[in-house]
Design a protein around this ligand. Structure first.
Ligand code: VGL
Ligand code: ZN
Length: 240
């Protein structure tokens, strides 16, 4: 006969045995495979503290991305890479200030402080990134008269960066997007990745936003509508 204490002890063991594995699974249920790539967007000095277009808490994404990158066999990084006098700079348009907008041939353009000018220290990737196995760095926004938030398609909506072709050539089916800024380069990259036919995850705690004129809420709404999955870095299984 089991006494009361033995029954309680057995129940306790059963409860632990049944609960613990599912709790662990829920904590890290996504395992990146060879058909998965991590896209690290614009983790550049200009977007970090002290930079000309510093994103609030931008530096906090770096350790999260470094850790997560270890779970990926495939990592691609991007670099915003503008000409001097780029069309996206407020300083290029007389009488305009940063965060105002202008209407260009391809649509509405938010104007920014000068940032990520080709070859400058501000355009360099953060020295705190530690992803030696990253296999491609793609530069974007290098045409003087066209911006490119997206890593796939310039803001004219038709000029390709070549990234979709690269990823498809490498048989990548799933992309995980992280970096700066959530509401611009991360969101536009995620939306274009969906349009190009990829399964897309945005890792929320590995991103930070600029949030101008409601841009952050709009970006998340647009991404949800497009079928982008919003996850946390803890949802990704750590490397073995
Ligand atoms: C970005 C504004 C201007 C970004 C780039 O990386 O999100 N935002 N250029
Ligand atoms: Zn830019």
């Amino acid at each position: 006969m089991l006494d009361r204490r033995q029954i309680l002890a057995a129940l306790g063991t059963t409860a632990l045995a049944t609960l613990a594995p599912s709790a662990l699974l829920a904590a890290a249920s996504i395992k990146p495979d060879d058909a998965s790539a991590l896209l690290v967007i614009d983790v550049q000095n200009c977007f970090l503290p002290g930079g000309s277009l510093a994103v609030k808490e931008g530096e906090q994404v770096v350790p999260v991305i470094n850790k997560m990158a270890k779970s990926f066999a495939n990592v691609v990084m991007t670099q915003d890479w503008h000409t001097p006098g780029h069309v996206s700079f407020a300083s290029t348009h007389s009488g305009k200030k940063p965060f105002e907008t202008v209407d260009l041939a391809y649509g509405k353009q938010v104007l920014w402080p000068d940032h990520c000018v080709q070859g400058t220290d501000g355009a360099a990737l953060s020295k705190d990134l530690s992803i030696p196995h990253a296999e491609l760095i793609i530069r974007k926004g290098f045409h003087k008269d066209v911006d490119s938030y997206s890593a796939f398609l310039e803001a004219d909506g038709k000029t390709s960066t070549g990234l979709a072709g690269y990823l498809k050539g490498r048989k990548i089916k799933r992309v995980f997007v992280a970096g700066l800024a959530t509401d611009f380069c991360v969101a536009w990259t995620a939306l274009d990745a969906r349009k190009a036919g990829f399964e897309v995850y945005v890792v929320e705690d590995a991103c930070r936003g600029i949030d101008t004129q409601g841009s952050l809420a709009k970006a998340w709404a647009d991404m949800a509508k497009a079928g982008v999955k919003r996850i946390q870095s803890a949802d990704i299984a750590a490397s073995a």
